[in-house]
Each structure stands twice: as C-alpha cells, then as structure tokens.
Write a protein that binds this ligand. Sequence first.
Ligand SMILES: Cc1cc2nc3c(=O)[nH]c(=O)nc-3n(C[C@H](O)[C@H](O)[C@H](O)COP(=O)(O)OP(=O)(O)OC[C@H]3O[C@@H](n4cnc5c(N)ncnc54)[C@H](O)[C@@H]3O)c2cc1C
Length: 305
Amino acid sequence: MIALSDIQSIVHGLVAMNEPMEKYTWMRVGGPADFYLEPASRDELITVLRYFGENRYPVMMIGRGSNLLVSDDGIRGAVVNVERCLSDIVMDGDLVSAQAGARLTKFVDFCVQRGLAGVEMLAGIPGTVGGAVVMNAGAHGGETADHIVDVEVLRQGALVWVKKADARFAYRRSGFAGDVVLTARFRLPAGDVDALAKRRKELIQKRNATQPLELPNLGSMFKNPPNNFAAKLIEEAGLKGKKVGQAQVSEKHANFMVNLGGAKAADVVRLIDIVRRTVYQRSGIMLELEVKPVGFSEEMKALLA
Ligand SMILES: Cc1cc2nc3c(=O)[nH]c(=O)nc-3n(C[C@H](O)[C@H](O)[C@H](O)COP(=O)(O)OP(=O)(O)OC[C@H]3O[C@@H](n4cnc5c(N)ncnc54)[C@H](O)[C@@H]3O)c2cc1C
C-alpha cells in the first residue's frame, strides 16, 4: 500500500487524496482519484513515477482532461498532471522542443510568432502537448504527428527518445500507451507570420461559431468513420438535442455532447449507447469512441466497447 506521506516525501507540489476528477476534466464529470499529483519539477515527476513503478502502483497521466470521460466511481491509483512541472517551449537548434504539460495554445502561438508553419491548425484544441502527442490530435487535415521528429518518454523507468518512425502514429492514436510523454520535438517549415496568424484566427473563429464551447464538453465524442462524418450520421439519425439526465447531444454540433449542469458519467455513457445503437440501425455504421473512458465497470465498458 502507498501512503500519502510516502508520496509527500517525494513530491512538494500538490498531492491530494480522493480528489474529484470533475475538477480536472473538460466535461466536468468524474468521481475521485485515490491520489492526484502535480509534481513541482521534472526531477520530482520522474522520481515519483519510478517509485510508483517499483511498487507496481497504477498511475495515469492527465493533461487538461479534454479527451477524458472519467467514471462516477473515479480512478483507482494515482493521477499525475504535468502542467506545472513540464511547461517550457524552447528552440533546440532548428527544432521546437515542447514539454508535455505546455498548452497547445501556447505551442501554436510560439510557432506562429516565429513564422514556423504546420501546427496552426491545432489552434483552439484545448489540450496539452503531451495529450496531443498521445492522441495524435488533429484538425483540418493536419495532425500533431505531421512534423514530429522525436518524443522523449519515461518507459518502464527509463528515459528514452522515440523517433517518429517508431511511434506508431495513426488517426487519433499513437504507440505511447503506457509511456509518460515528457517532451516532443518538431521540425517545422518556414511560413509567413501574418498569414499564419490570420489562419490561426480564422480557425478559432470557426470553432467558436460551430462548437458548443459555452458548455462543458469533450470535443468530438466519436471518430469520423472512413469517408464519412460522425456529426452528419448523428444528425441524420435525428439525435441532435437528445438528452439523458443532464447530458445532451449538442444542438450546435451533433458530434459533441454537453454537460447541461451536474451531468453524471453514467448519463454520458447511456447517451453514447443510444447514439451508437440508433446510428447503427439507420446506417449500418458503428461509431467508434474518440474520447478515452477511464475507471468504468465491466458492465459500463461493454456499452463503450
Ligand atoms: C472543445 C474541444 C475541442 C476539441 N477539438 C479537437 C480537435 O479539433 N482535434 C482533436 O484531435 N481533438 C480535439 N479535442 C480533444 C482533445 O482536446 C485532444 O485529444 C487533446 O489532445 C487532449 O489533450 P489533453 O491534454 O486534454 O489530454 P487528456 O484528455 O488529459 O488525456 C488524453 C490521453 O492522453 C494521455 N496523456 C495526457 N498527457 C500525457 C502524458 N504527458 N504522457 C502520457 N500520456 C498522457 C491521458 O492519459 C489520456 O489517455 C477537443 C476537445 C474539446 C473539449
């Protein structure tokens, strides 16, 4: 068993027990994590992760929780947030080196201001660099992986640089499950600062106009099936506005589900199930979840599989 005092002897940043995850997920749902940590430095982070590894204690990394659906029962083990200890973005020769806890907004701004192109389409995605690497986040035909050179991870206690070719990037996924992403390095082509800034602004305006950003949500719930769009399939199935408890299929964007206030994860799971079954009956297409469910019972997992 791990005691609070064991962790506090290593981590001088925030360490909390039974911390409600609804505070840290973008959709504002999720029960308590046994431990929630925000290490104060990279050294503290690595030391505590190695300590958990040696004690075979379950650990989960979290960025801004903008792609996480956490169960009402919460998370057994430790949840570790690196926003506080890994937030730097610097030039490393001709590469942009971004630490995992840096916000994507800051990363995009850093690149645009230096006339470095190829990541401006990530503007408006509310995650961290680490979350974007693991999820291979993307938009408007571009993905985080496009210009990555290599990624530094903590893998089974060892610090390793993984080359892009070995990272198994695919649509909204990577081969980093089980690793802790620390840093990602990007080589970006030159672009015109004003044109990049204009493009970034247009993309953010488009998001504001088409996404229900006024309510807590998780972005796109489902991956777009090949040659199709999840939002179109959901809308055609007449599901816009469908509600379970306080969870609702957004009226503004059918591939978003919103929390109208006090929604439970169980409501969201039931709504996901209704959407998938209805779309399947109508179109023969089974939508695949884009968001990551965490901490669910076997019964709930069956609805999300
Ligand atoms: C309004 C809105 C719009 C969005 N638009 C888009 C979009 O256009 N395109 C898109 O692809 N996504 C989009 N998303 C989804 C989400 O923002 C992205 O997937 C983002 O990259 C997740 O980053 P995060 O830091 O919030 O990760 P989290 O949600 O905290 O975590 C996601 C996964 O990454 C893992 N993880 C996080 N950090 C690390 C780390 N350092 N090391 C190891 N594992 C880690 C977590 O364990 C989890 O499995 C949107 C979400 C919202 C709410």
